[in-house]
Ligand binder design. Structure first.
Ligand SMILES: Nc1ncnc2c1ncn2[C@@H]1O[C@H](COP(=O)(O)OP(=O)(O)OP(=O)(O)O)[C@@H](O)[C@H]1O
Ligand SMILES: [Mg+2]
Length: 500
């Protein structure tokens, strides 16, 4: 481990880094900061949550000439939320140097952005569409840009974004330095990327697996219609601090968020059809722990860094393995522990194998908790609620009522009744979840990613639907249940339920 003080970083940036609480560089930071400061083009690949933002952020900040009011650095990110997050981190890194940073993204009033662009920002962080918009309106001039960063490069070089990226790049001088970062970089995408770069250094942090070790990974085999009850039971047993539930479609996300609310959880959905204001407010509430469960499509997966996310549930198994890596990577960040649970319908078992081949990590079969076990989780929460209330010591007139009641009833009976009232069995509440069609059966055909151009799983010949012998983990609930339960069950009851 190298300390930031050993990396030849300027005093002002070092001061900012120290203020952020960083002392030792993570491996990707150690591997790329020096090279980046030497002006090299870099393809940086390292697991989720290992500090890639700072890895490109420091060389970028160091290169800015603060006497020059032109845009000198451009960062492109796939989503608005990520653009905001990256600009915030760059702001912190450049605070002591007084670097001016601006984020631009769709959904935000363009007039306001145009005015902000006149304040001579030196680094722009933006999403492809809005950046192009500003380029075309000539409100953004890129002829002085000497550093270009693509965060989540593989996602953006996927079909759909590639033309936008190319147009943006054609407005940036060729003499620029180009930095490309992502946790995943399928070979064909990397080859495309190299075309935009000058003999890039490939810094790939070697690890046995593509996902971080501190995430415990499980799968639950379940038919579609039972998934939701299993999810609620898991939530009751795990008691996540914060959880993200991923669904395949927007309708799915809306229905799941609604159903979770009916079952008493504080959940909100986030997906591309929501207004920018709504997306931002949901994320803000989640970060402030006002919501416990964020239900999301893949939009929210890439790059988001939200501390406290202890559990990720893939209510639907993602179609491509890269999505899986990014989704579960929302937990287990910066060395913290996390749990990921992926639901798989019997017909989708082939996809599970594809994911495992890509990540080089086997998921453990998880035995779903029974309704009784889930109730035990809820009871524990009720006990904690009562205890917290008692400790707060502001019960006022309730104490008089309690004294009166104690004259008539047994104390144990009374507490038991209070606990029972607090422990509402959620499965009584009916919910509506439309069945999703399972992913197309994995026959012998090659794996087709979103863009058609990805082929990381191409050579895989699915074993049909039943590629995995799930017998071991499933039968024999007794012996396997203790070993296959994710830890974290002992967490203090955090997932609050609506008080009604
Ligand atoms: N050197 C460091 N020491 C301690 N914490 C760090 C260090 N560098 C970054 N972090 C913290 O680690 C967390 C994850 O960082 P970051 O978001 O950059 O990860 P990432 O590698 O970009 O992940 P993803 O692939 O999901 O985008 C952040 O909260 C960040 O503040
Ligand atoms: Mg990142």
């Amino acid at each position: 481990m190298v300390k930031f003080t050993e990396l030849n970083i300027s005093e002002s940036t070092l001061k900012s880094v120290r203020r952020m609480g960083f002392e030792e560089a993570t491996p990707i930071q150690e591997g790329t900061i020096r090279l980046g400061m030497e002006g090299k083009d870099i393809i940086g690949q390292a697991q989720t949550g290992t500090g890639k933002t700072t890895a490109f952020g420091i060389p970028l900040i160091e290169k800015i000439d603060t006497r020059d009011g032109n845009v000198q650095g451009l960062v492109i990110a796939p989503t608005r939320e990520l653009a905001i997050q990256v600009s915030e981190e760059l702001y912190k890194l450049g605070k002591d140097k007084n670097v001016r940073i601006l984020s631009v993204f769709g959904g935000q009033e363009i007039g306001r952005q145009i005015r902000a662009l006149k304040n001579r920002p030196q680094i722009i962080v933006g999403t492809p569409g809005r950046l192009l918009d500003h380029i075309n309106r000539r409100t953004l001039k890129l002829e002085n840009v000497n550093t270009l960063v693509l965060d989540e490069a593989d996602e953006m070089l996927n079909m759909g974004f590639i033309e936008d990226i190319q147009s943006i790049m054609s407005n940036v001088p060729e003499t620029r330095q180009t930095l490309l970062f992502s946790a995943t970089m399928p070979d064909p995408i990397r080859r495309i990327a190299e075309k935009f770069m000058k003999t890039p250094e490939i810094v790939k942090i070697k690890s046995k697996e593509m996902t971080v070790e501190n995430i415990e990974q499980f799968f639950v085999k379940s038919v579609e219609r039972e998934k939701f009850d299993i999810l609620s039971r898991l939530l009751n047993v795990h008691q996540p601090e914060l959880a993200i539930v991923f669904g395949r479609t927007k309708r799915r996300v809306d229905e799941l968020a609604h159903a979770l609310n009916i079952r008493g959880y504080l959940a909100e959905g986030i997906h591309g059809d929501l207004s920018q204001a709504k997306r931002m407010s949901v994320l803000k509430q989640f970060k402030a722990n006002k919501i416990d469960i964020l239900v999301a499509t893949d939009v929210a997966a890439r790059g988001l860094d939200i501390s406290g996310v202890s559990h990720v549930y893939n209510f639907d198994i993602p179609q491509d393995p890269e999505s899986y890596v990014h989704r579960i990577g929302r937990t287990g960040r910066a060395g913290k522990k996390g749990v990921a649970v992926t639901f798989v319908t019997p017909r989708e078992m082939g996809y599970l194998s594809i994911v495992e081949r890509t990540t080089k990590k086997k998921m453990e079969a998880l035995v779903p908790p029974t309704a009784d076990e889930a109730v035990i989780g809820l009871q524990r929460v009720a006990v904690e609620q009562l205890e917290t209330m008692t400790e707060k010591n502001n019960l006022g007139s309730y104490r008089e009522l309690a004294t009166e009641m104690l004259e008539k009833h047994d104390a144990v009976d009374l507490i038991a009744a209070a606990l029972k009232t607090l422990t509402k069995d959620p499965e009584d509440a009916p919910v509506q979840i439309t069945e999703e069609r399972p992913l197309p059966s994995r026959g012998g055909g090659g794996y087709k990613g979103k863009g058609g151009g990805r082929s990381s799983g191409g050579g895989y010949k699915g074993k049909g639907g039943g590629g995995r012998s799930s017998g071991g983990g499933y039968k024999g609930r007794r012996e396997s249940s203790s070993s296959s339960r994710p830890s974290g069950g002992g967490r203090p009851g955090r997932t609050r339920r609506h008080e009604s």
